[in-house]
Design a protein around this ligand. Structure first.
Ligand SMILES: Cc1cc2nc3c(=O)[nH]c(=O)nc-3n(C[C@H](O)[C@H](O)[C@H](O)COP(=O)(O)OP(=O)(O)OC[C@H]3O[C@@H](n4cnc5c(N)ncnc54)[C@H](O)[C@@H]3O)c2cc1C
Length: 395
C-alpha cells in the first residue's frame, strides 16, 4: 500500500438530528437496541449503511436461529408477528433442537414496521465514518451518504456495527481473533429454490443428507422447495477492505462450485440459486476491551453475573461487557461485545446478539435520562425493566 497521504480540509457539518440515543448499525442487535431505547422513553435515531434493517440475519441470509441460545423479549415478539405474515417456520433442523428459520424479505418489511411504530428516526444508506469525541464522551456520530456528510448529536451512542466501528473510531481499545490473531472464517450464504420438497419430505433425517457433499444446506420450510445454504468458508479479515474485496470474489466462485454438487442430491436436479447474500457472512472481527470480559470459562461454568442482562445458552451476559473502556456514553451490542475468542462463537449467535441489543437500548434510555454516563445506570432498575419486557435474566 502507498504511504503517501493527503490532508483533508476542515469543514462545517450540519447536525441533522439531536436525539437521546443514536444506534449505529441496524442489524441483528441494532433493531432490538433501537426499539428498546424508544420504548423506554428515549428519542432515538438509527443509522444503517444499507437500505434496510436486519444485518447478517437478513442481508447475510443467516436465517437459521437456535432457540436454545435464548430467544426472549423483542426477538420473541418479532418472531410472533413474523409468523402471522408467514415469515417463520419452527423445526428440528438438528436432532432434538428447536430452531426458527426466518424469511429475510419479510423480516426486512417487519423491521420497518417495528421501528416506525416506536417513532425511531431512520437514516438508511448512511455510513458512520467518524465520531466527535471530547473528554471521553462522544458528542456526535458523523455519517456519509448521498446528501453529503452529516452529524447526529446524541447523549448516548450504541455501537451495533458488528465490527465495533464506532468504538474503534472513538479510540476505544479492541482485540481481534484468538491469541495468535486467527479469526473465524468468512462464508457467503445463498438461497436455493425449485427443489422437490416431496423427495426431501420423504427423508426422516434430512440433516444427515444435508451435510454432504456440500458444506451444509437446510430446507427452510418457509417457502416450498426453498433451501438456505452455506457457500464454503475462507479465512480473512472482515475489517480490511482489500481482504473483503478478495473474499467477495472467492466466495461467490465457491458458491457456484458447491452448487454443482448440491444439484446432484436427490430432489435437487431442477433447483437453482435464487439469491446470493448481499452481505458476506463475517463471523468475527474486532471485539471491544470492556469493563468486564466474558470468558470461555464463564460460559462453561454457567456463570451468573450480578449485573446479568440476559441468559445466553447456559450462562449469563454481564452489563459491564457492553461498556468499552475509556468512554463514558458508549454501549456496544452484538458480536463485538467484550468477550474472549473462546466464548465468541456463542456470543455471536443471533439470539444472544438480540439480548445484548435489547439490554443496550434499555440501558441507554436510562443513561440518557441522567447525564448519559452508562456506568451510572442503576443495574437493579435495568434488570427490572428487562424482566418486565420479556428477557430471561438467568437468575
Ligand atoms: C456464515 C455465518 C453463519 C451463521 N450461522 C448462524 C446460525 O445458524 N444461527 C445463528 O443464530 N447465528 C449464526 N451466525 C451468527 C450471526 O448471524 C451473527 O453473528 C449476528 O447476526 C451478528 O449480529 P450483529 O448485530 O452483531 O451484526 P450484524 O447483524 O452484521 O449488524 C451490523 C449492522 O451494522 C451495519 N454497519 C456496519 N458498519 C457500519 C457503519 N460503519 N455505518 C453504518 N452501518 C454499519 C451493517 O450493515 C449491519 O446492518 C452466523 C454467522 C455467519 C457469518
Amino acid at each position: 500500500m502507498s504511504l503517501r497521504t493527503i490532508t483533508e480540509p476542515a469543514r462545517q457539518i450540519p447536525i441533522v438530528e439531536e436525539v437521546d440515543v443514536v444506534v449505529v448499525g441496524g442489524g441483528t442487535a441494532g433493531l432490538p437496541a433501537a426499539v428498546a431505547a424508544a420504548r423506554n422513553g428515549a428519542r432515538t435515531a438509527l443509522v444503517e449503511r444499507w437500505g434496510y434493517v436486519g444485518g447478517a440475519a437478513v442481508g447475510g441470509l443467516v436465517v437459521t436461529v437456535p432457540e436454545k441460545a435464548g430467544i426472549w423479549g423483542i426477538q420473541r415478539e418479532f418472531y410472533g408477528e413474523l409468523a402471522k405474515l408467514g415469515g417463520v417456520a419452527w423445526g428440528q433442523w438438528i436432532p432434538n433442537e428447536n430452531w426458527a428459520v426466518v424469511s429475510a424479505p419479510i423480516s426486512k418489511y417487519l423491521a420497518d414496521v417495528f421501528l416506525q411504530r416506536e417513532n425511531v428516526s431512520l437514516l438508511y444508506h448512511s455510513w458512520c465514518a467518524a465520531v466527535q469525541v471530547n473528554n471521553g464522551r462522544i458528542n456526535a456520530v458523523i455519517v456519509e451518504n448521498k446528501s453529503g456528510r452529516q452529524a447526529i448529536a446524541a447523549k448516548v451512542v450504541i455501537d451495533a456495527t458488528g465490527d465495533a466501528d464506532v468504538s474503534h473510531l472513538a479510540g476505544a481499545l479492541t482485540v481481534k481473533g484468538d491469541a495468535h490473531g486467527h479469526l473465524a472464517p468468512i462464508t457467503t450464504m445463498y438461497m436455493i429454490a425449485g427443489a422437490d420438497s416431496k423427495v426431501w419430505g420423504s427423508y426422516e433425517k434430512p440433516w444427515e443428507l444435508a451435510v454432504q457433499p456440500c458444506s451444509s444446506i437446510c430446507e427452510t420450510r418457509v417457502n416450498p422447495g426453498e433451501f438456505n445454504a452455506w457457500g464454503g468458508s475462507i479465512k480473512g479479515d472482515g475489517a480490511d477492505v482489500r481482504e473483503l474485496t478478495r473474499l467477495e470474489i472467492q466466495l461467490r466462485a465457491a458458491i457456484l462450485a458447491e452448487f454443482a454438487n448440491v444439484r446432484k442430491l436427490p430432489g435437487m436436479a431442477q433447483s437453482y440459486i435464487s439469491c446470493i447474500a448481499e452481505q458476506m457472512g463475517v463471523r468475527e472481527t474486532r471485539r471491544i476491551v470492556a469493563d468486564a470480559m466474558l470468558t470461555a470459562e464463564d460460559g462453561k461454568a454457567g456463570r451468573v453475573f450480578d449485573d446479568t442482562i440476559g441468559r445466553a445458552y447456559t450462562f449469563t451476559v454481564p452489563y459491564s461487557s457492553l461498556i468499552p473502556q475509556r468512554l463514558e456514553n458508549l454501549l456496544v451490542a452484538g458480536r463485538c461485545i467484550g468477550c474472549d475468542h473462546g466464548v465468541h462463537d456463542k456470543i455471536r449467535i443471533v439470539p444472544v446478539c438480540c439480548t445484548t441489543g435489547q439490554a443496550a437500548g434499555t440501558a441507554a434510555a436510562l443513561a440518557a435520562r441522567a447525564d448519559g454516563d452508562v456506568r451510572r445506570v442503576d443495574i437493579a432498575r435495568l434488570q427490572t425493566l428487562l424482566a418486565q419486557q420479556g428477557v430471561n435474566l438467568g437468575r
